[in-house]
Write a new protein. Structure first.
Length: 477
């Protein structure tokens, strides 16, 4: 969304509301401004093509052009009666609502020193049946997008989300129609770019998205983390993500089978968490398998240096995977509620809990109790940090799908005034500092990372204890 696009919409809507509210505004002024904005729209069409989000804007400007011309002529009342004040106001409101979802969201640029490359891998785990379908011969699909440090250069951007051109009516709660031009999103990465030569093998970070979320929703966070020197393998969990292209080209959409004797869905979520953890463990196995990542990445991943992280339900899944797989050396839970063994068993590797602002996200009691228990049973110690004025969705790209006025309204209703760009920058600074020890054998200075941002409060906690080993200044109890 360029400044020109935003200016056209805001001026058109403002002019429409003023013209509908009063007849005192000059007809010549309405005509001149409408004509200028229509000329800007013509330039916009020439530059970018037609976005459906702007059709109400075009209709509003055409109506204002006619209204301005008629008001500057005799019998303005007849013109106003023909167009109607309510009609002008309705077009203005429709233009504002249509603009709530921007046609092409702009993602924040990565902060790290490396350029970013990307590849997608679609595998079938022949050892596991797919319980989401009725076909007994169906095997579990595991889809991974690799984000990795790359050599600088030019290239084609990776496709933002699976299924573009054949998306379902809704992708999570987002209208599929709003995403039809997401092929133009700049994810600040190049498809199949050569891997950076600074290391022979790069440390690996597995990433699991939130429940019902696509890996695409985290592209800003993932590209930024890759630019800091990690190969990030982001999963789409088939039949749970809103849309996933399987290995045979079919699109899988969510399948949920809730049980009547599980009203709180705790058993259901625990079972799905175990499926996700198995997906993560399968990818760990692929890291060590020769040729699994094609000619570009195979041999460039360090199978001895693997961490698992995730957001929301993905964070819980990463926790369970780390409890079960000794090849995972560290784990980070970003704002995730824990289920099953993740909320009860001891954590054998260094652990980071990265949280949104409790006052804005209003975490459930189940979330608070599960993560407190995990901190108290973290055998290798770790860290817990909270990011002020960040809500649960600030770790994702989703707020950037909205226009600035829509984001402001959403923040007023559900919090998150820090915004995704600042939330992801702060979160990835903490993540990179935490992962430096287990994955890079570098000094760990999480406190220095948090000091670069306002509103981060938290603590380091010692192994086998919930008591803090060292408290950051300003920590809330």
């Amino acid at each position: 969304m360029s400044m020109l696009d935003g200016a056209i919409v805001l001026v058109a809507v403002g002019l429409g509301l003023i013209a509908a509210a009063t007849r005192r505004v000059s007809g010549r002024a309405v005509f001149a401004v409408s004509a200028a904005l229509l000329a800007a729209c013509a330039f916009q069409l020439w530059r970018d093509g037609l976005y459906w989000q702007y059709l109400p804007v075009h209709a509003l400007l055409a109506a204002l052009l006619v209204l301005g011309w008629r008001r500057s002529r005799p019998a303005p009342r007849r013109a106003l009666a023909w167009l109607g004040r309510s009609g002008i106001a309705g077009l203005a409101v429709a233009a504002l609502l249509a603009w709530s979802f921007v046609p092409v969201p702009e993602l924040p640029a990565p902060h790290g020193p490396y350029a970013v490359g990307s590849q997608v891998f679609r595998w079938v785990d022949g050892e596991r049946a797919e319980d989401a379908t009725a076909d007994p011969d169906d095997r579990r699909n595991v889809v991974v997008q690799a984000w990795y440090p790359a050599e600088p250069g030019q290239g084609v951007a990776p496709r933002y989300i699976d299924g573009l051109g054949r998306l379902p009516s809704f992708v999570s709660l987002i209208p599929g129609l709003a995403m039809q031009r997401y092929d133009r999103i700049d994810a600040h990465a190049r498809l199949d770019a050569p891997v950076a030569a600074q290391r022979a093998r790069w440390p690996v970070v597995l990433f699991s998205p939130g429940y019902g979320a696509s890996r695409a929703f985290y592209s800003g966070l993932l590209a930024d983390l890759a630019s800091r020197g990690f190969v990030v393998l982001a999963l789409d969990h088939a039949y749970e993500a809103p849309v996933v292209e399987l290995a045979d080209g079919r699109l899988a959409t969510p399948t949920e089978r809730f049980l009547p004797d599980d009203p709180d869905r705790l058993r259901y979520m625990s079972e799905r968490q175990s499926v996700r953890a198995a997906d993560l463990r399968f990818v760990v196995g692929q890291v060590g398998r020769p040729g699994a990542f094609g000619p570009m990445l195979s041999g460039r991943l360090d199978a001895q240096r693997i961490a698992a992280i995730g957001h929301s339900f993905g964070g819980a899944s990463a926790v369970e995977a780390a409890m079960e797989d000794a090849r995972i050396r560290a784990v980070a839970n970003i704002d995730g509620t824990l289920y099953g063994r993740a909320a009860a068993d001891p954590m054998p590797v260094p652990f980071l809990l990265l949280e949104s602002d409790h006052r804005e996200t209003r975490h459930s009691r189940h979330y608070l109790q599960g993560n407190l228990a995990l901190v108290q049973h973290a055998r290798a110690g770790g860290y817990r940090y909270q990011i002020a004025e960040a809500n649960h969705y600030g770790f994702t790209d989703v707020p950037l799908y909205l226009s600035a006025p829509a984001r402001f309204a959403a923040a007023a209703l559900i919090g998150g005034s820090r915004g995704p760009a600042r939330t992801q920058a702060a979160g990835n600074d903490v993540l990179a500092a935490f992962l430096a020890g287990p994955l890079l054998d570098a000094p760990v200075d999480v406190a220095a990372a948090t000091a670069r941002h306002s509103g981060l409060v938290g603590e380091a906690f010692a192994p086998r204890s919930g008591e803090p080993a060292a408290r950051a200044e300003g920590v809330r109890p």
